[in-house]
Each structure stands twice: as structure tokens, then as C-alpha cells.
Design a protein around this ligand. Sequence first.
Ligand code: ADP
Ligand code: MN
Ligand code: MN
Ligand code: MN
Length: 371
Amino acid sequence: MSEELSQMLKNLPLEDQFQAEYVWLDAYFRPRSKGRTLNCKDFSSPPHTSPPSAFPEWNYDGSSTGQAEGHFSEVIIKPCAVYRDPFRGGNNVLVLCDTYWPDGTPHPTNTRYHCQKVMEAAKDLEPWFGVEQEYFLMKISDARPLGFPEGGYPAPQGPYYCGAGAECAFGREIAEAHWRACLYAGLKISGINGEVAPGQWEFQVGPCVGIEEGDSLWMARYILIRVAEAFNVMVNLEPKPVEGDWNGSGCHTNFSTKPMREDGGYKKYILPVMEKLKAKHKEHIIAYGKGNEKRLTGKHETASIDSFLYGTGNRGASVRIGNQTAKDGKGYFEDRRPAANMDPYIVTMLLVSTCCDIPYTAPGVLQNGDK
Ligand code: ADP
Ligand code: MN
Ligand code: MN
Ligand code: MN
């Protein structure tokens, strides 16, 4: 299609109607989506400022997403967050949903439901998060990162991290387009950077309060997959997609509560929490992403998966407390253990549960040890 025609079709005015793309998570924790036409007259404010409850519930065929048997296949999706649609523009929106059985009980893969309960209980503590999502951009042709020549290898790691130049930065157009698309959508992206391996990038979502972190990170991932699709490139969130002396991808999760951010919070709250995290190390690791043992080797700026180590300014620790936080006597800490493919609903839920002594109910996926 010509550029002109494509632009014209995109900008055709829709007077009384708009397009809503409903997004949800499948059994493999990949986002899925489908679109529906809605009428402006059914909304009392512009669609992107309307609360999720203004949007109708919908359903899909769970037997095609690994979430149901053919004879009982309907899964209900309930809107839980609304964003402007950077792909269609105008009045159009992206609607993030969570999943339920027709009888109203949450689907076993609905981790948001359980996260939300813990976040509700911790509301007065005002939990803040900032997640650093690392990812690889990969070619469709050979499923290897951008910057890896067909059948060969690029120069060893060194110049790529935050690098500039055609020989260092592979896929910058995609990372940049994604950043702007997320800002337009209304997501809090604190920044982006080129990462240590060729074709590897990072964006940060935060600071977000409570359930907003999980919602925002999932929507930011969805938007990334859609932007990369337009460039005919794949997004890879595996913790260690390339064997050998190449960095893996993590999802460092920065966390604080109101008491930690107040004077004296470092000694009174952050340090004692390290002991709690140590005691529950195994429970967290199981839920921090599949295949993470290939990444947490003790090399490439990681700590070994078998031990819990915390330290100030230490990038080889499981949990790093920033030098600024120690100096100020208040602030936040960084859990460096989560893998790039972690579910932020689970990771944020566990952090609040462990650090703030709030029990959680385990979603089916955790009970089955699938995660
Ligand atoms: P790093 O130095 O590890 O690369 P980044 O700058 O990539 O860290 O990411 C830090 C993240 O922490 C950002 O998303 C930021 O919004 C978030 N953050 C900042 N302050 C706090 C806080 N008090 N509590 C939780 N998260 C925070
Ligand atoms: Mn970072
Ligand atoms: Mn990083
Ligand atoms: Mn980090």
C-alpha cells in the first residue's frame, strides 16, 4: 500500500463511533487482543478518560489461548485499565482486561486478581514500583538478535551498552517509537537505554503505585510487540536467549513504601526487610520467571540463583540498595532477581506480601508451580 493511502485510511474521521482494542493475557503470559466498535453516545466523557467500568465486558475463545477446553471455552474479559491507542490515534483506545469464568470466579491464570487484593490491603503504605524491562529485538529470518550477522557473531560485548553508531545500536528506531507510543498512551516511562548485548534494549516503567505497575508494564509490553511487528521484528523476553558470553535479560524491580521513603526509612524499614527477603528467597525465585537459572549464574552482573545477597551499590547482588538511599537514610531498593519474562502482577504482589507482612492467595498458576 502506498504511504499516502495508508495515512488517508488511518485518518478517516469516525464521527459517532470509536475503536477499542481489548487486551488480555493468555495461558503463556503473552498478550492477546481483539477489537470492537463502540459508540461515543454510550460514554459521558472522552473514551480515554472514561473509567474501565464504562466499557462493556466481553469474551473470547479460551480453547485457542490454552485457557479452556473446547466444550466450555468461553472466558470473560473485564476491563481494568484504559489507554489512548497510539496505533489508531483519535478517540480510539486500548483496554486492558483480566479474565474470569462465566460464573464470575477468576480464571486460574488471572494473577491480577490476587495482586489487586494485596495492593488493596497495602494501600496506606503507598507501595511504589519501577520496573526495568530488558528485551532483545530479533530477526524473523533466523530468530537471532538484530546485530548478529546471518551465521556469524558480532564483536564481543563492550561498546553496545548506551552506545551510538550503526555498529553499536541495533533497532534504535523501534525502541524510540515504542517510547513515544507509550507516552502517548499515558504510561509512565521513566526512560530507555541500549543494553549490554547487540539488539538488546531496556525501558523503565515507573514510579507507579500498587496495581498500576503490573497494568502499565503489561500494556507497555503489548505496545512494544505491536511496534516491533510493524518493523517485522520479534520481541524476545527470555532470560537467556543467546547462549555464550552474551548478557541475559532481566526485569529489575525497584520498590519502596511510604515509611521507607521517609527520614530514617533506610535503617528502620529497608535493612530489616532484607532479612525477610532472604528467608523467602526460594519462594520468590520460583515465581520470578521461567528459565531464570540460565541467567542468574553469578556472571554478567547477576548473583547466583542459590543464594540471597544484598549490598549497597553492588550490581552482583540479588538486591541492590542504591548509594543515594544509604546516604540519604531513606529511599528504595532494587530486586535484581526477576527475569525479563516475569509476570509483574506476581512479582509486585510477592514484594509487598513479604516486605509488608501481608498474606497473599496464590493464583492457580503459582499453585501448579508453572511460573
Ligand atoms: P538502574 O540504575 O538500576 O539502571 P533505572 O534508572 O533503570 O535504574 O530504573 C530505576 C527505576 O526505579 C525507575 O523506573 C524509577 O522510576 C524507579 N524509582 C525511582 N524512585 C523509586 C522509589 N522511591 N520507589 C520505587 N521505584 C522508584
Ligand atoms: Mn536500568
Ligand atoms: Mn539494565
Ligand atoms: Mn537496574
